[in-house]
Each structure stands twice: as C-alpha cells, then as structure tokens.
Design a protein around this ligand. Structure first.
Ligand SMILES: [Zn+2]
Ligand SMILES: [Zn+2]
Length: 368
C-alpha cells in the first residue's frame, strides 16, 4: 500500500453509449482494463487507494443511455468512493476517507453563498474530474473536501462508499425541505438506491410519519424495517388511486391533510404524477430524482395550496461528517443495503443492474 505509486489500474469506458438514428438502436459503452500513469500531484491534492466504489444509476445512464459525461471517453466512471490516502499532502497520508461525489470550486458566487452543492464548476469523479473515476486502484483528488473516517467499528471501509452519494443526497434534500422533527413525510421511490436512505434519513431527523411508496413489495417490506412507518404498493395504480389510498390512510391514522413534505426520488414520470397528486395545502414537493420526461401540472394549484415545489442536487461536502456520524451511530443502516463484488465483475455487474435494479447497492472493490 505505502510507497510510491507510479501506475494506476483502472476500468475505463473507452467508448460511450451511442444511438443509431436509422436503426434506432443504442449500443452500450465499452469497458477496458487499462494501466495509466499516476499523475504528478499538485499542491492540495492527494492520491487515494480505492477501498470501494458504488455502482450508481448515474453510471448506468452514461454507459447505456447516452447521457453525456463532461470529460469525454476514454474516462473511468464511478463517483461513490471510499479509500485510504497513500500520497500527497503529508497530513492526510494513511487516513481513511470518503470522497464527496461532487466537489465545489469554492470560488464562485454559488459556493460563497452556501449553494456550493450546485456549483457549476464542481468536479465529479467519473464525470468531470479529468478522466479519473472510482472504478480504479487509485484516484487523485483535491484534499479540501475529503471526509475523514474515524472509529468505523466493524463497518468495512468499502461499504462506507455509499455515504459519498446515496446516503448524503437525502440529507441535502432534507435541508432543502427544511425538514423538522414532527413533520409528516412521503417518499416516492423509497425502494431505490437513494430512496431507501431518504426514508431512513427523514426518520432519523425526527419525522413523525414516513409513508413509503413504490412497487417492489419485497423492498417495501424492508423499508418498513428501516424508516417507513407505512407503505403503499403503487403497482398498477394511477396517481388518483394513490391519492385516495393516501387520504384514507391519513384518516385512519389521524394524520393531518396539510403540511406534508413529499420527496420524489423515483425519477420517473409516474412517480412525479403521484407526488404532484399528493401535494396539498402548505405542502412541499422536493424533486430528488431526475427524468427527461415532461409531467403536466396546473401550477395555479401552488397558489391555492400555498405550496412549494423545490429541486435539490447532490450534497455539500460540509454535511458529509454529519451523515457519516449518522451511519456510524447506526441511526442510518447501510449494512442491509450493500453488496460487495470484485471490480473485475464490472461488466456483468453493469449489465445485471441495467437489466433489473438490484436488491442492494453494489460496491466494487479493486482486484487488479
Ligand atoms: Zn450517483
Ligand atoms: Zn463554485
């Protein structure tokens, strides 16, 4: 581990997904195992030996759906990274760290006004951090935003990779929602990679009631053990049917019909329709998931409801230690939601996760 690292092993996306206009066929990207020279580290940079890198829906979007990356291929994907600092700034060497998925520039007006999570000059491994990404043996990163891991007990460092993205995004979303103890919360897509932490996060921050809405019953049952107080299976139901079921549930449990904080995490049109259907008087809808689909809504209702719709992006690096503490103190469970596989399985893992969302977040550990 220690000593000089001259070369970095990596799984590069040498070719992005491409779309043939004539045949209407999408050809997925191409992965190749490569060795690249380790860069000369600049002041303020460190080299991290990767312990684990999570496979995120965003990676699959780049690889299969033609979502463009900022740095053009060849580049290495992967932005959910934990590891150990092995070179660079002396003060960091030997420390275990989580690398934030988005690292703000710290110079622009957004960064200076507390909105650095949406900094337009931010760097994201596996997208805009030159050609470097987490599906590698090592990665060079700026040290300023690293989150140090201390006293992790029996939780493997590789598992903590999920803090870099899946577990932190819900914290930022909760901040945007001004989530307060005693709030009532609905999470649409509570079974997904981010959704499962959204439910847990809302509960950990003191939500009185968390209603989880999604389609996979097995995962909904799991959500009931981790965050959700009650769940609604949305399979074959439209937004109207869900709203009716939701109102019935409120009545049954003596819950108010006003002031709900609704987190749309599914990033799907049906999910957005459900969320908009639930938005009512003095409510807030927080859009956490992304889709290109257009959803129709009569925005005059916002006026009548005195309600809000808010978007949220990523998570400020300064919140990472708070989320890490919630994970290490078991307020948020990650162990039930993580599966570790060797990094050499990357091609099969991508293909499998693309075909059907896995039960657990898959974290790949380097085995070059
Ligand atoms: Zn991600
Ligand atoms: Zn900035």
């Amino acid at each position: 581990m220690a000593g000089v690292v001259n070369m970095i092993w990596t799984w590069q996306m040498v070719q992005p997904a491409s779309f043939n206009k004539e045949t209407k066929e999408t050809t997925p990207g191409k992965l190749e195992k490569k060795q690249i020279p380790a860069p000369q580290l600049q002041p303020g940079e460190v080299l991290v030996e990767v312990a684990g890198c999570g496979v995120c829906h965003t990676d699959l979007g780049y690889f299969y759906d033609g979502v463009p990356t900022v740095s053009k291929p060849p580049l290495t994907l992967g932005h959910e990274i934990s590891g150990v600092v092995v070179a660079g700034e002396q003060a960091w060497i030997g420390k275990e760290v989580i690398i934030p998925a988005v690292m703000p520039c710290r110079k622009c007006i957004l960064c200076k006004t507390g909105r650095g999570n949406r900094c337009l000059d931010q760097k994201m491994p596996g997208n805009s951090l030159a050609s470097y990404g987490g599906f590698s043996s090592h990665i060079p990163v700026p040290s300023v935003d690293l989150c140090e891991v201390k006293n992790r007990g029996n939780i493997p460092l590789s598992h903590l990779a999920v803090v870099a993205d899946a577990a932190t995004t819900p914290y930022q979303a909760s901040k945007r929602a001004d989530l307060q103890p005693g709030d009532n919360v609905a999470v649409i897509g509570i079974t997904g990679g981010v959704g499962q932490y959204m439910g847990q996060m809302a509960k950990a921050l003191g939500a009185k009631t968390v209603v989880g809405i999604a389609r996979n019953q097995e995962k909904l049952n799991r959500a009931l053990k981790f965050g959700a107080d009650v769940v609604i299976n949305s399979t074959d139901k439209d937004a109207g049917a869900i709203s009716k079921e939701f109102r019935g549930l409120c009545k049954e449990r003596g819950l108010p019909g006003t002031g709900w904080k609704i987190f749309e995490v599914s990033g799907s049109k049906p999910g957005q329709e459900i969320a908009l259907g639930l938005l009512s008087f003095t409510g807030k809808l927080i859009v956490v998931g992304f889709t290109m689909a257009k959803t129709e809504y009569s925005i005059g209702r916002l006026m009548a409801f005195d309600a809000e719709i808010i978007g949220t992006w990523g998570c400020l690096p300064e919140y990472y230690p708070i989320v890490l503490d919630m994970v290490l103190s078991k307020k948020i469970n990650i162990e039930e939601f993580v599966e570790v596989r060797p990094m050499s399985s990357i091609a099969e893992t991508f293909a499998g996760a693309h075909k059907s969302p896995p039960m657990k977040r898959i974290v790949l550990t380097p085995d070059f």
